[in-house]
Design a protein around this ligand. Structure first.
Ligand code: NDP
Length: 275
């Protein structure tokens, strides 16, 4: 029987993960089936149980279920435990082993694909949700000199700051403070969900230094308001999160199948021009 995998979320029709994993399977010659799986908002565990009973081998997990998956897992690998969220699961009998590859996906995209070394960089993360939580430790471990977390709800940013400050120079700020600071940051990551609704986080054009990398975690949206502001401020290094998406998928594929797919051609195929 062909091994079955899926990406679970709600909604899920928009997911590019089935196409990415199909490309990986074709490229590596692995025989597998990978489909989208929509679970009811309050029905994560039931949907996963049913998928396992039907022979499912592993799942990617996307919004809004990354915390549910964290609770569902019986064995958390280190990155999932540290992130407090899960984006990939593997089933083995009664055991569910879980990991989180979002942060490492971001890191690989910035360093290996975009050629920007994190070591010594001042990094700004806009937003304090699940994506930020998963990115903090990988960014610190890669040697970021400073990590500022800015959020509308400052309490959420401060909680992350307190939780992770023992791992490195993590500071929490509000958007007003950020406006006074100007373009101190060398890498600015929009990890808010604002772009999904065509909104701009409350940032000013002076946020972007000239040689800054402006990285939009959302993908497939073209030139989002965040990227447009960066471009209009003179930033030339503009990227969206498609590389992060493909890189985290490659990590899951390598974990499940024991073979690492090549990612560049898949990223190129999935990329929507930033216009
Ligand atoms: P969450 O829902 O967990 O967090 C959303 C965050 O966005 C919160 O901090 C919220 O702030 C902030 N926010 C929402 N709207 C605005 C706004 N208009 N202005 C300022 N801040 C805003 O989302 P995730 O962390 O899971 O995802 C964040 C983004 O990252 C999404 O675009 C998602 O698509 C993308 N992503 C990309 C991945 C990839 O592989 N490329 C993987 C995972 C996520 P507040 O707390 O104040 O409400």
């Amino acid at each position: 029987m062909t091994d079955r995998y899926a990406v679970i979320g709600n909604p899920i029709v928009q997911s590019k993960s089935p196409a990415i994993h199909a490309a990986f399977a074709a490229q590596t010659g692995e025989r597998l089936q990978y489909t989208p799986l929509e679970a009811p908002a309050d029905g994560f565990a039931g949907a996963v149980d049913a998928f396992r009973q039907a022979g499912g081998r592993g799942l990617n997990v996307t919004a809004p279920f990354k915390r549910d998956a964290f609770r569902y897992a019986t064995k958390l690998r280190q990155r999932a435990r540290q992130a407090g969220a899960v984006n990939a699961m593997a089933f083995d009998g009664d055991e569910t082993e879980a990991d989180n590859f979002d942060g490492v996906g971001l890191l690989r995209d910035i360093e290996a694909n975009l050629g920007v070394a994190l070591r010594g960089k001042r990094v700004l993360l806009l937003g304090a949700g699940g994506a930020t939580r998963g990115a903090i430790l990988p960014l610190l471990e890669a040697g970021a000199a400073e990590l500022a977390i800015v959020n509308r709800d400052l309490a959420k940013a401060s909680a992350l700051g307190e939780e992770f400050c023992r791992h490195g120079a993590v500071v929490a700020k509000g958007y007003d403070e950020l406006k006074r600071e100007g373009g101190r940051f060398q890498i600015v990551v929009n990890a808010t969900s604002a772009s999904l609704r065509g909104e701009l986080p409350p940032i000013a054009a002076n946020l972007f230094g000239r040689d800054c990398l402006a990285y939009e975690m959302a993908y497939g949206k073209g030139l989002t308001p965040f990227l447009r502001l960066a471009r209009d401020s003179g930033v030339t290094r503009l990227h969206d999160g498609v590389g992060m998406l493909v890189e985290q998928a490659a990590e899951a594929f390598a974990w499940w199948r024991g073979v690492r797919p090549e990612t560049r051609s898949v990223i190129a195929r999935m990329t929507v021009p930033l216009t």
